[in-house]
Design a protein around this ligand. Sequence first.
Ligand SMILES: [Fe+2]
Length: 254
Amino acid sequence: MSSSAVHQNHEPPLPDENHVVGLPSATEIVERYERLEVEEHPFFVDLIARPVDMGALWLLMANLRAGISRDFVVWLALTIARVEDRRIGSLVAKQLHDELGSGDARRIHSLLLDKFVTALEPWQLEGRPGQWLHAGERLLEEAGAPFHAEHPYEGVGALITGEIFANKMDRCLGDQVRRQSQLSDEALTWLTIHETLEAHHADDSGALALLVPTAGPALAATWRGAEAQWACLWNFLDRLQRARLEQLSVGKSS
Ligand SMILES: [Fe+2]
């Protein structure tokens, strides 16, 4: 299913500055996006249908690292700083604390992600350095945009759908990783931590949504950020799938 097909099936009207009256509340964002399934993306449909593919797991994780490792804590910190409602800051700060290892530098998530990607390196796709990291580079650019938008609630919307997506994607990833036995438990710490944490953070999305004003520009901005972030993450998987098909066709012809 293409991203446009998914959006045609499920898409709420995209709010803009001029369309701030009569929008559904932010809790509706959670309801709508919880109904979408990341495992229905062709990238995961293919992974599920084929024998376990370590090269595809490297592709996914190396790109995820390129897309989120550097700036995710910055996006969280910006939201805390920019949104005046401290109840929202309190929820986001919990996530920032988790990301930074809860006070234990050895458990900073970006370092754990480095370990995971390093363990997958024996299966990295052949090519020039950076050749397969286009999806991650675009993710870094696009996923950061709502946090720098004029209205700070775009960041709140982005966090709401970002966590719902991450929780669903981590489950797909976990299912694939459990089909293999070549990665050590230590290498998988990032995944095991996130399988628990993302479920909590996805619950926090519900709590965040309840704190968003039920009308006006903040609500419209939340919808914009939420829509944009889900589309950005879905497009990330589209790009991974294109890279994977390209790699498979190169493999066949060589
Ligand atoms: Fe994390």
